[in-house]
Design a protein around this ligand. Structure first.
Ligand code: GLU
Length: 265
């Protein structure tokens, strides 16, 4: 009887089926394919976003084994929060006015900048000023793709992929001339390329990474911001960043980091 009712409920509410909400657990959306930030490695999850998420979850009263990690691809983040598939998202998720129409953010907990990644030996691309006639790859639903369309639409050809790892593959094989997104993401991918890919190092935006939550949950935003403040002031934030960018050619911009988290909308 209960099963039949459940099945019926599912027909009417897809959200109820997708959200495997479990008592005493917190569901957190991260990236699974961004080394250094959110990366799935032999069934474990590692990276700076993962460490910040774990710290926040701890402050909210959840142990490590009470966290359910879910993959949150760029394009699906707002929908995942709106459907209640996850309780929060830490997935290189920039705070923007557009996104704040659908979800709320705590943070920021990091500030990155959009940059370019090219093949080793590339001499023609030294910054965003050199993109005329170039083929670029970025990810659907990212601010990176939006910025390309807004600023360089007339001069570049943009290929969109579901993730940045796919873009790196396209760059290796010569299908595109550059990959564009946040410097910290590109640095992690370049570090895994055994010297075959490198960053241009001329960031041209500011990406404030927020913790995405359901729209309007001010109390949760406040508790998350308290946790971020804590993490920054006791040295855990710095340690997590260093550990996750070790051996990677990347220095966070000290003018903006660590950022001061503000009250969520
Ligand atoms: N931070 C940018 C964004 O939120 C690019 C990285 C990403 O796609 O996750 O869209």
């Amino acid at each position: 009887m209960l099963a039949a009712l459940c099945a019926l409920a599912c027909v009417f509410s897809l959200a109820a089926c997708g959200s495997d909400k479990e008592e005493g657990k917190i569901r957190i959306g991260i990236k699974f394919d961004q080394p250094g930030l959110g990366f799935k490695k032999a069934g474990t999850y590692v990276g700076f976003d993962v460490d910040v998420a774990q710290y926040i979850a701890g402050k909210l009263g959840y142990e490590e084994d009470q966290i359910i990690w879910k993959e949150a691809p760029s394009k699906q983040r707002e929908a995942m929060l709106q459907n209640g598939d996850v309780d929060m998202i830490l997935a290189s998720y920039s705070i923007t006015d557009e996104r704040e129409k659908a979800v709320s953010f705590a943070g920021p907990y990091f500030v990155a900048g959009q940059d370019l990644m090219v093949r080793k030996g590339e001499t023609a691309i030294k910054g965003p000023q050199d993109l005329n006639g170039k083929r670029l790859c970025s990810v659907t639903g990212s601010t990176s793709a939006v910025t390309v369309k807004k600023r360089f639409a007339s001069e570049v050809q943009l290929m969109e992929q579901p993730g940045y790892a796919e873009c790196a593959t396209a760059l290796f094989s010569g299908i595109v001339d550059a990959v564009t997104t946040d410097d910290i993401i590109l640095a992690g991918l370049a570090a895994q390329s055994r010297g075959r890919l490198s960053l241009v190092g001329r960031p041209f935006t500011q990406e404030r990474y927020g913790v995405g939550i359901k729209k309007g949950d001010k109390e949760l935003a406040r508790r998350i911001n308290d946790a971020i403040n804590d993490m920054e002031s006791n040295g855990s934030w710095q340690r997590a960043l260093e550990q996750n960018t070790r051996g990677v050619h990347f220095k966070p911009d000290a003018r903006y980091n660590p950022p001061v988290p503000k009250e969520g909308e």
